[in-house]
Design a protein around this ligand. Sequence first.
Ligand SMILES: NC(=O)c1ccc[n+]([C@@H]2O[C@H](COP(=O)([O-])OP(=O)(O)OC[C@H]3O[C@@H](n4cnc5c(N)ncnc54)[C@H](OP(=O)(O)O)[C@@H]3O)[C@@H](O)[C@H]2O)c1
Length: 293
Amino acid sequence: MTLQTDWSRSPIGIAGAGRVGQVLARMLRESRQPLACIASRTRERAREAAAGAGIEAASYAELPRRVSRILICVPDSALETVAGQVRPVAGLVLHTCGTRGPEALEAIRNPRVACGTLHPLQTIADAAAGADVLRGVAFAVAGDEPAVAWAEQIACLAGGRVLRIAAEARPLYHAAAVMGSNYVVALVAAARALMVAAGVEAVEALGALAPLARTSLENALRDPVAALTGPIERGDLETIEAHLRALRAAPEPIDQLYRAAGLEALAVARQRGLDAGCAGQVEASLRARLSGT
Ligand SMILES: NC(=O)c1ccc[n+]([C@@H]2O[C@H](COP(=O)([O-])OP(=O)(O)OC[C@H]3O[C@@H](n4cnc5c(N)ncnc54)[C@H](OP(=O)(O)O)[C@@H]3O)[C@@H](O)[C@H]2O)c1
């Protein structure tokens, strides 16, 4: 890549008017970046998103004529197709997919088009979320140097941090992101289901779990080893076996989740100094009906 041009003032376009595209649009606008337009498959959806960010709507095909820096924020499966449609003659292109590296843009990369990735390590569940949802988050960046420099600038505008992940480590990085986000949601959903099975109203269940879950998460984010409490931390085999008997009536994924997550909790308990014999008995109970062991 021999691109020497200074792209810092050139217009920016966003391809993909979904959750990430709209939130990035708001953040770039609020940071006074030269954001010109946002594109979607349909003019109507692009108009809605553009109105929300105070910019213009465009089609994918129009983008390369209007801007030379493009952020592609479409589902992973649509990446190559959309990249082929928005390819600028010269400029920078970034995509926001966490599982794919810069190689997903290889077909449009050339000495005048630098390509890279900008993956926000944040969950964006609502397209209407404010730009604040990106404040302070980590962004995984990779690719050609001019594209990476732009990605780092966006991370800096968000007050965030930059992560450089080796290409071969990208699946592990993304698995970590999934466990830190989607699996937290799965654990809360499972805890709610068990509360409801125990006779607590569904609405009441979440409210009752909230202080427990919030405090646990905050403590764990400071230090997971110091944060662990409960029967596994105490090596309380009697209580764990009572749970396992009760969970036979629960949906199988919840029983399996209890066992698998319990083994990870046990690894933490061992780091806290749980007696080896006691830990061995807990491990045997948790593994007893765990699939694949
Ligand atoms: N949401 C998150 O928490 C999050 C976090 C980090 C990274 N990401 C990544 O960011 C990217 C976008 O995610 P998102 O959550 O913003 O997705 P999304 O809300 O589903 O939005 C996707 C956008 O892409 C367009 N699109 C959908 N299918 C398409 C197709 N087959 N061809 C062309 N355009 C298509 C949609 O267009 P229409 O308007 O035409 O329907 C929509 O504008 C993904 O790679 C995702 O992995 C997401």
